[in-house]
Design a protein around this ligand. Sequence first.
Ligand code: NAD
Length: 295
Amino acid sequence: MARIAFIGLGNMGGGMAANLAKAGHDVRAFDLSAEALARAKSAGCLPAESAAATIEDAEAVITMLPAGRHVEQVYEEAVFGNAAKTALLIDCSTIEVATARRLAEAAAAKGLTAVDAPVSGGIGAANAGTLTFMVGGSAAAFERAEVFLADMGKAVIHAGGNGAGQAAKICNNMILGATMIATCEAFVLARKLGLDPQKFFDIASVSSGQSWSMTTYAPVPGVGPETPADHDYQGGFAAALMLKDLRLAMDAAASVDADTPMGAKAAELYQRFVDMGEAGRDFSGIIRMLEKGEK
Ligand code: NAD
């Protein structure tokens, strides 16, 4: 079993670090939040006093931080100066493609190997060890990362070179944001046309309108499998995080001159939903905004 440094023990990182400890690894963990650190300790991790203190002799340094600037800061202040040349740096946070590439280059310049490995699946999947990892890095680095990531997920996929994991993540979530809105507006229109939502679900979920947003995450209470819609749109994937991913996608699209009008519209609508004070609401709750007909 390996010695692993784990930095960032929030909603996602807490469960991920716990699963590594459960798999028998020696997990040295750090978070700025004392509460998160205490939770990691009770889950079998060894709490450290600083990010730097987790790194000594670590075979893998895993980060699960809010955004690119946090990863950059932790890498520059704690990781680059302390990691052994044999250590593999694995960033699981969702960050800018460009930042992931820049950090991988900075790591390489110091003789270190880095991969980006963002995840699909929410807090439930992080706790259950059923995340999907999309990994950007060399084939050799992927093989090394896979060993650790497999203890936290159900699928580990090599997306391509550095940054490809982040590219896959934001492109996937751009589809998700747009299809959720399309699904919500179809349910609203169906109801206004006098169609029973359950009937519409029965039809669309086996017709060409089918998507994950329809079949697995239906945004209407009492329709389809149990989803956040059945719990007043609490839990699930917060609208603020969907907006974060859509903004990353829009910035990335602008940087390569890609035309993404549906993604842009989705970002605009999620911005409006968040501005209504719904940042913490599950992203499927945007159906309420559409029902109200907010323009
Ligand atoms: P979170 O805010 O719950 O956790 C982040 C943790 O990082 C916090 O505990 C915070 O104290 C800690 N932190 C911040 N700066 C730090 C530093 N300098 N040193 C040490 N710790 C520091 O966020 P989360 O929901 O766990 O998300 C983490 C990442 O995963 C994000 O990039 C997010 O976009 C991505 N993600 C989240 C979900 C989800 O459903 N929550 C799903 C997929 C991907």
